[in-house]
Design a protein around this ligand. Structure first.
Ligand SMILES: [Zn+2]
Length: 73
């Protein structure tokens, strides 16, 4: 019987790309509005691992791509 080994850890290239991506993101900290736990977010978007609170997308610092942008890519 053969079993396929699955390598779940990212390759060095993937890890480097992820690190480069995160370098361009603005990571901020705030207190969860629901439970008060300190939570970290990227570009103004937060989600709380303690109570599941997620802030609204419109509170993010980034302009979201429009539907038109979506069609162009
Ligand atoms: Zn919370």
């Amino acid at each position: 019987m053969t079993s396929k080994r699955r390598n779940l850890s990212p390759s060095p290239e993937t890890a480097a790309a992820a690190a480069a991506f995160l370098d361009t993101q603005e990571i901020t900290t705030t207190d969860c509005r629901r439970c008060g736990t300190e939570i970290h977010g990227i570009n103004g978007r937060y989600s709380c691992g303690n109570c599941g609170f997620v802030n609204h997308w419109s509170e993010g610092h980034n302009v979201l791509p429009s539907g038109e942008d979506d069609l162009l890519t």
